[in-house]
Design a protein around this ligand. Sequence first.
Ligand code: SF4
Length: 318
Amino acid sequence: MEIKVAKHAGFCFGVKKAIEIAEEVAQSNDGNTYVLGQLVHNEKVIKNLEGKGIVFVDDINEIPQNAVTVLRAHGEPGTTYATLGEKSIVKGKNLNDATCPLVTLVHNVAIKLKNNGYEVVIFGKHNHPEAIGTSYYLKGKNTLIVEHEDDYRKVIDYINENNFQKIAVISQTTMSVLGYKKLIENINNEMNHQFEEIPLSLKNLDVKYGFVDTICNPTKQRQSDVDELAKDCDIIIVIGGLNSSNSKELYAKSLEYGVESYFIQSEEQLQKEWLEGKEKIGVTAGASTPDYLIDEVVERIKNINNTNNELMKQRQKN
Ligand code: SF4
């Protein structure tokens, strides 16, 4: 049996940096360190950080006045900074901003498109902090967010019902590359006008209908690794947190290839029956999965395989 671990499995640089910042801040802080929302969408990592004096809160009102605070990689709307400012939590003093630079890039793209007369639609998850954060740089709750390639009708209806001068679509950084491509294709197939790609540099802002590829490179690398695994593996194990958008995308992609696939959070969930008769096992993990969880899964696959081989030998002897 061969185990193939994806080249880019696990933590991306943005998540790694956010965890490093939170750990460093917590270590040098005698009291609690507050993080608004899940720093990373992985239950085991969160538990480990809680043991280091980090308190995770979902509601900004739970952060006390003057508290040492870390903002996660997913990015926050301006309103978060304003509310924290009212609590005397500010950058350079007690606010440590771990927003990934690639999320900040999406915010900047959104702002520049808006300032250049575009109505901006987001391809993203309605309840994902990144999409919500980006929407606040546009029209807040009134920003149109579409989750799926089949939601193209919503975009077309939105255009038809309004008299926008220019319209542009951008994406949450962790969405499916193929899903985004299909969404644009579906819109173009139904409309008289074609959505053209606007480069990330936003050099060409004359087009009336455009889209910008804002899916981040680490997400793209993890998705194209699944293409490779699906070519020659009998089964693909995807490791990731239950709330991890990019991990779920990897799992969905793997299923789309028709390969037997499982989405697990840790090695305890691996079932030996899944591996019976399999020659090549592919393993990948979302950007919020630490290396040690991947290593544990690989170790357990090896152990299951050794046990299966022993059983086979015994059966042959008998
Ligand atoms: S998935 Fe991409 S945008 Fe999100 S933290 Fe990682 S590198 Fe940054």
